[in-house]
Every structure is written in C-alpha cells, then in structure tokens.
Design a protein around this ligand. Structure first.
Ligand code: NDP
Length: 287
C-alpha cells in the first residue's frame, strides 16, 4: 500500500495560490484551502480540496501551511492572533528581506517554524519543469517538507537567513525589470516610425539574448574587483549614450527610463573610471 501523502493547507487563493493548491491536489495531497473571499474556494473544492471557514481552522488542519497573499502586511494581519504551534509556515508572498525576517520572528514566537519563499514562475508554470521556488529560513522544516514542496516546481535552498530568498527573488526580478525596461523603450522608439514591434522583436530578442552572454564575465569582474576592460569601456559608452537620449527626444518619446543611467555614467567618468567596464558601475551604486 502506498503511504498517504501529508496534508497541506493553502491560505490565499488568488491566481498564484490557486495554482499552488491545484498542484498539491494533483500530486495527491489532502489540501485544505482558505481565502478571504470564500467564493474562490469553489473551483478547488471541485478538485477535491476541503474549505476552511477561518484561518485558524485552516492552520489547524495541516502541519504544513502555505500562504500566498498580495503583501506581507496581509500575512502579518491574517496570522496575528492565530496559534501556530507545531506548524511549518511557508510564506510564498512577495516581499522584502526585512519583512521576511520580521515574519520569521513573529511566527517563531507563535510556535511555528518559518520558511520564506520566492516563486520564480507565473501561475501557469507551477508544477512544470520551468518553475522553481527559492526557499530560506528554518532548514530542518524545509528538509522535512521538501518532498511536498517539490510538487510546486523545483526547490532551490538559499540559506538559513529567512530574508535570503526574498533577496535572491528581488535581485532576479531586478534583472527582469531591467530587461523589460529596455524592451519597452526599444518598442517605443521603433514605433515612432510605424515599424511593427512584432517585426522588430525578431531582431531584438536574439540581440538581447546575445548581450546577456556578457553577464558571467561581468560577474567575475564584480567579484574580483578587476574592472579594467578590453571589451567596452565606460568612456566609449559615455560618449555614445547621449545619442540614445537625444534620439528619444527627437523622436518624441520620453527618456525617463534611461536618464538615470546617463547620470551614473557621468558619475563614473567624473571619478576617472574611463578605462573600466560596466562592472565598475556596480561599485558606484553602493551608498
Ligand atoms: P492575486 O491578486 O490573484 O491574489 C491575491 C490574494 O491575496 C487573494 O487570495 C486575496 O484574497 C489575498 N489577499 C489580499 N489581501 C488580503 C488580506 N488583507 N487578507 C487576506 N487575504 C488577502 O495575486 P497573485 O495570486 O497573483 O499573487 C499572490 C502573491 O504571489 C503576490 O505576493 C505575488 O507577488 C506573488 N507572485 C505572483 C506571481 C504571478 O505571476 N501571479 C509570480 C510570482 C509571485 P481575495 O481573493 O479575498 O482578494
């Protein structure tokens, strides 16, 4: 006889929480669900989940409680007076490292082991090989529940500091937003001459992909502090970058997304870093 799989409670059935609960049901776990607006439990109950009337009931139903609300303030408020004794709280709500650390302290005072997580996927990717979740916090609790968490996607442990998963998550999202910032500006520019963005994307996608190939060498320079480059100096970038800003202005689009980068290049040149590569800019961002 196969062993029954451990029960799990999922709090928050938005787009992401619903995908998480559905994945756990599909993997064969008994799943208890709670959502602030009770109507959202319907589709999951149809898939076999048990609805809980209150957060307290949902927490009491399973040793592993996964929470996925809009913000960590929502998590703090919803769990403020709930007895978490003996529970592992896995918080997959997006937030800051400081919020994760504060939540860990609160949850531990309320009797729980706390694991924070950063979901590197959209809901449609959950439980596919493309999805993974970053975890940090209570390592023993993580190891205990890792087989269950694996139903959601890849599991990536990043350390015992509960804030570490959020730090990795936000750093990865920083890379993503940087990429989208460039893509949005490029489309805005190309559309000033009625060129279809769809046609232009055929050039943009491989170009951005090829440029991303420079990231590992940049990382080596950042780690070693060896910023001198024989590829592309800050001086040459500083000379060329005004062409972007001037063209945005001439073509009638805003340069607001890119002006801060000009200021950073100006600062690098003023400080004498002409011959260094872009890795030097990482140093200049330190406050
Ligand atoms: P949704 O807007 O679809 O769902 C938000 C959920 O939070 C709902 O269940 C909502 O309840 C609940 N909620 C909001 N405020 C409160 C509150 N005060 N008390 C209790 N519950 C509350 O968002 P997602 O599901 O898309 O996102 C949830 C989390 O997952 C966010 O932190 C998001 O950043 C993160 N995430 C989302 C991704 C995505 O692609 N969607 C990707 C990676 C991470 P109600 O239904 O009653 O409003």
């Amino acid at each position: 006889m196969p062993q029954p799989l451990p029960p799990v409670s999922v709090l928050g059935l938005g787009m992401m929480g619903s995908a998480l609960a559905a994945a756990l049901l599909k993997a064969g776990h008994p799943v208890t669900v709670w959502n602030r607006s009770a109507a959202k439990t319907g589709p999951l109950v149809a898939q076999g989940a048990t609805p809980a009337e209150t957060v307290t009931d949902a927490v009491a139903a399973s040793p592993l409680v996964i929470v996925c609300f809009t913000t960590n303030d929502n998590v703090t408020d919803a769990l403020a007076t709930v007895d978490l004794t003996g529970r592992t709280l896995v918080n997959l709500t997006n937030g800051t490292p400081a919020q994760a650390r504060a939540l860990a302290t609160r949850a531990e005072k309320q009797g729980a082991a706390y694991v924070d997580g950063g979901i590197m996927a959209v809901p449609q990717m959950i439980a596919t090989p493309a999805a993974y979740i970053l975890y940090s916090g209570d390592e023993q609790a993580y190891e205990t529940h890792r087989p269950t968490l694996a139903a959601l996607g890849g599991t990536q442990w990043v350390g015992t500091d509960p804030g570490r998963a959020a730090l990795y998550d936000l750093a990865l999202l920083t890379g993503m937003y940087g990429m989208f910032t460039g893509v949005i500006q490029a489309y805005a520019l190309i559309r000033t001459e009625e060129i279809p963005a769809t046609r232009f994307s055929e050039l943009l996608v491989p170009w951005v992909g090829a440029m991303l190939g420079a990231a590992p060498a940049l990382a080596e320079a950042v780690d070693s502090g060896q910023h001198l480059t024989d590829v592309s100096s800050l001086a040459v970038n500083h000379a060329a970058f005004p062409n972007l800003l001037n063209t945005f202005a001439e073509q009638g689009i805003s340069g607001e997304l890119f002006e801060p980068f000009q200021h950073l290049l100006d600062r690098a040149i003023a400080a004498g870093h002409h011959n260094d590569g872009a890795s030097r800019l990482v140093e200049l961002l330190k406050k």
